[in-house]
Design a protein around this ligand. Structure first.
Ligand code: AVI
Length: 302
């Protein structure tokens, strides 16, 4: 929360995902304007067989899996091609893991389920490096990392990977600005609710007095940084108090707090960048509009 005193003010995006935030995000994924989830699933459905054939693994580890609905395509391909396997989703949300476990038990009994209730960075430590593994990181969650968390994440992930391991990475691509901006300013106002909900979460955590009635949501595509930026903007001059830290800040009218970024990628450039983390490109899958990319990469080593 110290980032609120930085200039410009900003917040760590993981505060977005309290119970209400997680529920709102699930609903965002169903919105007509929010093409990411649907497009990624279409690619996965079509390419799952090729991905599993190219990555001869025994285990699939999914980072930030949620209910792991999309991963079912990979697990089914694993069963078809290798009869058996292990699925180890890592997530901070227990309800998502339970849903995924129950689905596996009912529909994919050939797959051993080992869910891990943890932040994925913390889950890396418990990964067996000797078992050939496909790491899966979907949904373009890498877009929510700022440059320093991007480097930290891929350094830790690459370190956790063994020499026979692969990574399947979902990345939303740079595209027409209107398509991008509409996806983050939907007509039902769900994205606004999702972004502003972070202030209620912070009030609960810090006993602060952010007032949702005195702020509005603003988002835009920053072409220089190739990212959607999502802000809470104060509609009046107000004092925000943090009693547990014995401090406060003045939030002036029209001043904004950056709540989340969603970076958009050029897949070729992203592949080049990932070579710095010893992750080499194997295959690239995309949709007919070339809106979203699924990159299959292999840890360098053998
Ligand atoms: C989770 N993440 C990839 C979403 C995104 O598109 O950046 C979060 C989101 N924020 C607003 N809408 C969706």
């Amino acid at each position: 929360m110290r980032t609120l005193l930085d200039q410009p003010r900003w917040l760590e995006a993981y505060h977005l995902y309290d119970d209400r935030g997680s529920e709102l995000f699930e609903r965002i994924c169903e919105l007509p304007e929010y093409y990411l989830t649907r497009t990624e699933e279409t690619i996965l459905e079509r390419a799952a067989g090729q991905i599993i054939a190219a990555a001869p693994v025994q285990c699939i580890v999914e980072l930030g899996a949620g209910s792991a609905k999309k991963t079912t395509h990979l697990l089914m391909a694993q069963i078809q091609q290798r009869k058996t396997g292990i699925f180890a989703p890592i997530d901070v949300s227990l309800p998502g893991l339970i849903l995924s476990r129950d689905f596996n038990r009912a529909h994919l009994p050939q797959i051993q389920f080992h869910g891990l209730h943890a932040r994925y960075e913390d889950g890396f430590a418990s990964i067996d490096k000797t078992l050939p593994t496909l790491f899966v990181f979907l949904g373009s969650t890498i877009g929510n990392f700022n440059p320093s968390s991007f480097v930290r994440f891929f350094s830790q992930l690459s370190e956790a990977m063994g020499p026979d391991d692969y990574l399947l990475l979902g990345a939303d691509r740079v595209k027409n600005v209107n398509v991008l901006e509409r996806a983050y300013a939907d007509s039902q106002g769900l994205t606004a609710k999702f972004i502003l909900n972070v202030f209620s979460h912070i009030n609960r955590l810090l006993e602060s007095n952010f007032d949702l009635a005195k702020m509005r949501y603003h988002s835009w595509y920053n072409p220089e940084w190739q990212q959607i930026e999502m802000y809470g903007v104060s509609t009046t001059s107000q004092e925000i108090c943090f009693p547990s830290f014995n401090t406060s800040l003045r939030w002036e009218k029209n001043d904004r707090i950056l709540v989340e970024i969603s970076r958009k990628f050029d897949p070729e450039r992203l592949q080049q960048q990932l070579r710095f983390f010893n992750l080499n490109p194997v295959q690239h899958f995309t949709d007919s509009n070339e809106w979203f990319s699924l990159l299959l990469l292999k840890k360098a080593g053998r």
